[in-house]
Design a protein around this ligand. Structure first.
Ligand SMILES: Nc1ncnc2c1ncn2[C@@H]1O[C@H](COP(=O)(O)OP(=O)(O)OP(=O)(O)O)[C@@H](O)[C@H]1O
Length: 593
């Protein structure tokens, strides 16, 4: 699929990709301007310090004039105070912008993901999407909140320092321009190797983590098969790999430090030597030479930093591209420009007319083959059929997760393709086969479809769903926390919560995918009562697995290979429809009493 390729495509390292976040920066113009002003002031102060240094040495020290010395030091102190204040403002605002924009991007991407049709998630690995939302945004946060500003700051410093160097001594500047690259190149080279090895170390550590996770998770199997000794050996090998990789990194790092010291001090010494001759010969003052060294160091630090953060910016460019790609994915199912309204109130008449549909990933296997079916308002219709007949697909299309390739689906006479999918869905309640329970309280789970419902309404819905019986026994009743995926509830209890949710949502159309899992007799009976209450006066489509259900509905549609092959009451179909009779004997569980 095209979308899957899109996800797997290697990402560019082109820094221009970063321009795509400009839209997110726009609302924060004021902060950006403030930070930029602070940045320029701080840079100016750094450069002014060099002049202060010159002044102190030439006028104060060399001149033996303590008055000048006091003045010069006072001036330098003032510059330092301004620089500290400007640095505070710059750091605060730049970091603030980084965090703010990351938060905005996270919200925008997540909000957008929720709008995408289920088809997108079938062809995209969820892990990949999660990683984009978490780690890619963190990479961006680092870039906006530090790397970009570091690059800008050092660039400004470099530029200023270069100008000051030329002003101070054009001859020495020529020398510096030759020496700085010679000093920086090996530092950058070793720096890259160290970083690469650091990443390798992290990967090895991740291997160790994964191994621990597996072994401890499966500790029962490990012990049952007496696998401890092998695990110790295998784990030991991984740990040693981490050690070996780290040692390589440490060696590089130690060399890097030695090289830095040698080169930097060597270069300073060399310039001092050349400049010293100039001072002796009277071409340069001591202060000028000191200022010169000062600016040369700033220039070198600037070059080093910029070349280092370029790697970060490239990473950020890749992250930006991945995030913006998600943002620019168009939902396949969207409301038309002028959506048609459903009549008010919605009666719940459903009509499938010659619907032909195949899933996007399986173009050669139609899931529905020219299916036609009409369900009148308030009718209860059961869908039965062998696995893969297309029963769930009927639900998916009615909820407009996909559009059919041919034919139409209407609700109260309105083609759902012409309506806003959100409005269509707002008239449909879904009770899936495996009820979805969110990690929240009972009340919040029931309120899911109607967040503004009062506590009394929630309780009434729970009562109608025969759920108060167990809810009241939970330590905090309606406010009890249900744990991730509702692990603290039994199957029958989860179903009743899902039913309460649908009762509270109170929508004219109900889609019910009956659970296949066996419940104990008492639970089964309660679920049955709850379901009957839920179905009352609603148009209901049920994927039925229970005998009590097919007996209680108005009509049953028998599906096979995407078609309807029988339609009628249980008795009539038992008599006339061989497939139904066969399925009924095989599938329907007897009613529990
Ligand atoms: N997301 C999907 N992508 C591709 N094919 C799918 C998808 N979902 C279902 N199908 C295919 O479409 C056909 C109809 O599936 P559907 O889930 O509607 O059957 P069903 O009658 O509900 O089956 P069951 O009772 O086992 O749930 C099957 O051949 C199935 O393999």
């Amino acid at each position: 699929m095209a979308r899957a390729n899109l996800i797997d495509r290697p990402k560019s390292k082109d820094i221009r990709q970063l321009a795509r976040i400009l839209g997110f920066l726009k609302p924060y113009r004021r902060q950006i301007v403030t930070a930029s002003i602070a940045l320029v002031i701080a840079s100016g102060c750094v450069l002014a310090l060099g002049q202060g240094l010159k002044f102190v040495i030439d006028r104060g020290l060399a001149g033996g004039n303590t008055g000048f010395l006091n003045q010069a030091l006072g001036g330098m102190l003032a510059i330092v105070v301004v620089m500290a204040a400007a640095t505070f403002v710059r750091f605060y605002y730049v970091s603030w912008i980084g965090e703010r924009v990351t938060a905005d991007i996270r919200r925008a991407v997540f909000g957008h993901l929720l709008e995408l049709s289920p088809g997108f998630f079938e062809t995209t690995r969820t892990g990949e999407v999660i990683s984009r939302l978490t780690s890619d945004t963190t990479v961006l946060e680092d870039a906006i909140g530090s790397s970009i500003s570091m690059a800008l700051r050092n660039f400004l410093n470099m530029l200023g320092a270069l100008i000051m160097l030329v002003v101070t001594s054009p001859k020495l500047t020529g020398l510096v321009l030759v020496v700085v690259p010679l000093v920086i190149a090996p530092i950058v080279f070793f720096g890259r190797r160290v970083r690469k090895l650091a990443r390798a170390s992290q990967d090895r550590v991740a291997d160790v983590g994964a191994y621990i996770d597996e072994a401890l998770h499966e500790i029962r199997t490990v012990q049952a098969y007496g696998h401890e000794a092998q695990d110790k050996t295998l784990f030991g090998e991984r740990v040693e790999q981490v050690f070996a990789t780290s040692v390589r990194r440490i060696r590089q790092r130690a060399s890097l430090m030695a090289v830095v010291i040698l080169l930097v001090f060597g270069a300073i010494g060399f310039i001092l030597w050349v400049g010293g001759h100039d001072v002796v010969e009277g071409n340069l003052t001591g202060g000028q030479l000191s200022a010169f060294i000062f600016y040369a160091v700033i220039l070198a630090v600037g070059v080093g930093t910029v070349s280092e953060v370029i790697g970060d910016l490239q990473r950020a460019a890749g992250a930006t591209e991945r995030l913006m790609e998600l943002l620019s994915t168009e939902p396949e199912i969207a409301a038309p420009q002028h959506p048609q309204a459903l009549p008010y109130p919605v009666q719940g008449v459903i009509a499938f007319d010659e619907v032909l549909f195949h899933y996007p990933s399986r173009p050669d296997a139609p899931a529905l083959e020219r299916l036609s079916l009409t369900v009148s308002a308030g009718e209860k219709l059961a869908l039965v059929g062998p696995s893969g007949a297309g029963k769930s697909t009927v639900f998916q299309l009615l909820l407009r997760y996909y559009d059919p390739q041919a034919g139409s689906i209407r609700i109260d006479g309105v083609d759902i393709k012409a309506a806003d999918p959100r409005i269509v869905r707002s008239h449909i309640a879904l009770v899936p086969q495996d009820p979805v329970i969110f990690a929240a309280s009972v009340a919040d789970n029931v309120r899911y479809g109607r967040p503004d419902a009062t506590e009394a309404e929630v309780r009434a819905a729970c009562e109608a769903a025969c759920a108060t019986e167990f809810i009241d026994r939970l330590p905090e009743g309606l406010n009890a926390y249900l744990g991730e995926r509702g692990v603290r509830l039994s199957g029958g209890q989860r179903q009743r919560i899902a039913i309460a949710r649908a009762i509270l949502a109170d929508r004219p159309i109900l889609l019910l995918d009956e659970a296949t899992s066996a419940l104990d007799a008492a639970s089964e009976r309660l679920v049955q009562i709850a379901l009957e209450r839920l179905m009352e006066s609603r148009t209901t489509l049920i994927i039925a697995h229970r005998f009590a259900t097919v007996q209680g509905v108005d009509r049953i549609a028998v599906m096979d290979q995407g078609r309807i092959v029988g339609l009628g009451t249980h008795e009539a179909l038992m008599r006339d429809n061989a497939l139904y009779a066969h399925l009924a004997n095989l599938q329907f569980k007897p009613v529990a009493t």
